[in-house]
Write a protein that binds this ligand. Structure first.
Ligand code: PMP
Length: 480
């Protein structure tokens, strides 16, 4: 039974003690009380189907009993740092996690958040290559530390401004309150972002300068006549080459960061063959490829355990967070022995990274994914979901694009009859109506006009049917 503060009192506490930049979703934000599998319950006991859990952390289901008991059991015996000592849980866990990776990706650093993992990945890439500059793709989200802000671009689709010292772009950033769905603006107040970041033009099949085709879901017959890789890919790669030629030479490129499918960017899939060609190109300039698998990892995309495997590439460094602990704070950087050796000159210490509780949670998550065949579930239910979304698109001209893989899906909303992003207030109304009917979804993309669907990996086809009827009704009621 719920025994916390009244909803009204949380408003008062928030206004007095929570930073104003912390946003909540919805006009009347949810006061959550409990979670179970794919459902969340608010303080009144009302149940919601959580199609957003995977964006924000939960992979195998809220409060999965196996993960809960692994952490509870560990709680009774030891919680402490395990980096200056050894602890069986950490050792068992890193061995099991490393086993999931191909090639030489066998060395595991355990940390506490995705931002921390990406910060460490930047350091490793610089130490290994001796270069300084880091590239990321427009629309990406890689974290929120003062360094990573320069890699995270979200809605700011601006090319770096060139300056004498290589590239030097000072973008300004602010988070606005917008019923809790964040929007990054490029106006004020002025915040100088790191000069060592540059954003690569986005190979976006739906909105990019050359369009292009993505590898999944299959395009309609005849939509793509490219014999192998999409021809548009070469144009986007040419843009990347220009950036490397004209902006990077002074201090050299240390790495290209990329999500396998952009999450915050609106479940954005790149054009066919892009990641592989980009990796090869950046490698020729001396840089590594860092795969940010914070949202795409752990079987979420269905066909593969890691999103990058779907692109036929093997990264030099992989970063993991969110679903890795099913809600427990845990993150990781996985790399090769060679890359880690470049870091061996310095002692590495992280107080809580891989502590016994986090390692217990991480290990249990891997076991649940295997035992309950959740990667397979993502594949089967994800395929069903995308088919149903395509049917929905045929009924509603406000749905401009349906995309994604496995249980990482996106529905881009447009002004009917055009590709103009749907007006923000209408998008928010659709999300509000969806919530009122008991389904929670997220949003992202260039203008925050893409509905993001990333449920716990255990949802069923019945949940999909329910979600589709709710989305159908929400879109119909707002757009009529
Ligand atoms: N990378 C990606 C792809 C993310 O989506 C996020 C979080 N939204 C991060 C990194 C940062 O993770 P954290 O919030 O744990 O710092």
């Amino acid at each position: 039974k719920y025994a916390g503060p009244l909803w009204e009192n949380t408003e008062k506490i928030k206004s007095e003690h929570i930073p104003p930049s912390v946003f909540n979703f919805y006009k009347k934000p949810l006061l959550l009380h409990q979670g179970h599998k794919q459902w969340l319950f608010d303080h009144t006991g009302r149940r919601y189907l959580d199609l957003l859990a995977g964006v924000v952390t939960v992979s195998v289901g809220h409060c999965h009993p196996k993960v809960v008991s692994a952490v509870k059991e560990q709680m009774d015996s030891l919680w402490h740092t395990t980096n200056i000592y050894r602890h069986p849980k950490l050792y068992e866990y890193v061995e099991k996690l490393a086993d999931k990776f191909p090639g030489d990706l066998k060395v595991v650093y355990l940390v506490n958040s995705g931002s921390e993992a990406n910060d460490l990945a930047v350091l490793l890439a610089r130490l290994y290559t001796g270069n300084n500059e880091i590239l990321s793709l427009q629309g990406s989200y890689h974290g929120y530390s003062s360094g990573l802000m320069g890699l995270t671009s979200m809605q700011s689709y601006r090319l770096p401004l060139l300056a004498p010292s290589g590239f030097h772009h000072v973008r300004n950033l602010i988070v606005t309150k917008n019923y809790g769905h964040f929007i990054f603006l490029t106006s004020f107040p002025p915040v100088a972002l790191p000069a060592w970041c540059a954003q690569v033009p986005l190979p976006d099949p739906f909105r990019g300068a050359w369009g292009g085709c993505r590898d999944s879901p299959a395009q309609a017959p005849g939509a793509c006549s490219c014999p192998g890789d999409c021809v548009a890919t070469d144009n986007y790669i040419h843009q990347l080459k220009q950036l490397l030629e004209h902006s990077v030479p002074v201090r050299g490129v240390a790495a290209l960061f990329a999500e396998s499918i952009q999450g915050g960017g609106g479940t954005l899939q790149f054009t066919k063959g892009y990641l592989k060609k980009a990796q090869e190109l950046v490698k020729n300039y001396g840089g590594l490829y860092i795969a940010d698998e914070v949202q795409t990892g752990f079987g979420r995309t269905g066909d593969h355990f890691w999103g990058f495997e779907g692109h036929g590439v093997t990264p030099d460094i992989v970063t993991l967070a969110k679903g890795i602990g099913n809600g427990f704070p845990l993150a990781a950087v996985v790399t090769t022995r060679d890359v880690a050796a470049a870091h061996a000159r310095a002692a590495y210490f992280n107080t809580f990274g891989g502590n016994p509780l986090a390692s217990a949670a991480g290990k249990a998550v891997l076991e649940v994914i295997e035992e309950e065949k959740l990667q397979e579930n993502c594949k089967v239910v994800g395929k069903y979901f995308i088919e149903k979304l395509k049917d929905l698109q045929a009924r509603h001209s406000v749905i401009g694009d349906v995309r994604g893989k496995g249980l990482m899906l996106g529905v881009e909303l447009v002004t009917p009859g055009s590709k103009e992003p749907l007006d923000n207030s209408k998008v928010l109304d659709i999300l509000e109506a969806t919530k009122d009917m008991g389904v929670l979804v997220g949003r992202g993309g260039k203008k925050s006009n893409t509905i993001r669907l990333k449920p716990p990996m255990c949802i069923t086809k019945e949940d999909v049917d329910f979600s589709i009827s709710v989305l159908d009704e929400a879109v119909r009621s707002v757009m009529q």
